[in-house]
Design a binder for this molecule. Structure first.
Ligand code: PXP
Length: 265
């Protein structure tokens, strides 16, 4: 009996927040995040991600309504764990909600959710979303305590925050980059072993995506700012296609084979 490596396909969720950032710079309706979502899907996106921030700096309530009603792929709604956002999520029932920490003064989501500290409030929050049939993801640092706490509060998924890893790449800090990659590899393994689905994202680019895509436990990447930026130069479907191709190529050479499945090949 031959054994074969088990490596699941890697999905790409395209985050369209910054199409809305550009629209909001002038008001009005152009460029339209929904049109961007359709083009991202044409380019090979498996799902669309949008962050409805408390201050509505990019995605609006109307965007969420239109995305939910018109998308042909799953919607992943990123949001803070607040009563207002819970009501919105329960009204729209997206495929998934990714709970993120939110601070008004930050430019983007800096650091992961403090799941250990917020365990008591997150548990009923997660339960309400799951009760409505929404898959729940927690955006966390690849930290063992946060992973254990995520499983304990009933999350389905953890999304590992790749921001620090990407910063090390920008700073050309090879030792720091290797350390961050090892932290993600260990985090992905631990989360998978705890029964959690593992996603990753934040700051990923054509240059940084492949080492993360090679981690076999990770089954979804959520990428926004870089893809939308590249779309200015070569179009959105082309930018998504290139990211997809890099992910697929990396997946052919996983970092560590997760397990072996016996039986017929
Ligand atoms: N995942 C989560 C949970 C995020 O909050 C963000 C940023 O909105 C991303 C992924 C995508 O990050 P980026 O826009 O840097 O690719």
């Amino acid at each position: 009996m031959r054994s074969r490596p088990v490596i699941s396909p890697l999905r790409l969720g395209v985050n369209i927040d910054h199409v809305a950032t550009l629209r909001n710079a002038r008001g009005g309706r152009h460029p339209d995040p929904l049109r961007a979502a359709h083009l991202a899907i044409d380019g090979g996106a498996d799902g669309i991600t949008a962050h409805l921030r408390e201050d509505r700096r990019h995605i609006s309530d109307e965007d969420i309504t239109r995305l939910k009603n018109e998308l042909t792929r799953p919607l992943n709604l990123e949001m803070a764990a607040t009563a207002e956002m819970l009501a919105i999520a329960l009204r729209h029932v997206p495929n998934a909600c990714c709970l993120v920490p939110e601070r008004r003064e930050e430019r983007t989501t800096e650091g992961g959710l403090d799941v250990v500290g917020q365990r008591e409030t997150l548990k009923p929050f997660v339960a309400k979303l799951k009760g409505a049939g929404i898959r729940v993801s927690l955006f966390i640092e690849p930290d063992l305590q946060a992973i254990e706490a995520s499983a304990a509060v009933g999350a389905d998924i953890v999304e590992l925050h790749t921001g620090r890893y990407c910063h090390m790449a920008l700073d050309n800090d090879a030792a720091g980059l290797a350390g961050e990659l090892a932290r993600h590899a260990a985090g992905a393994r631990a989360a998978h072993a705890a029964g959690l689905e593992v996603h990753a994202g934040h700051g990923l680019t054509y240059n940084t995506v492949q080492p993360i895509a090679r981690l076999p436990e990770i089954v979804e990447l959520n990428i926004g700012h870089f893809i939308i930026g590249e779309a200015i130069f070569g179009g959105l479907p082309a930018a998504v296609r290139r990211m997809r191709a890099l992910m697929d190529e990396a997946r052919q050479h996983p970092a560590v084979v997760m397990a072996s499945a016996g039986g017929a090949a």
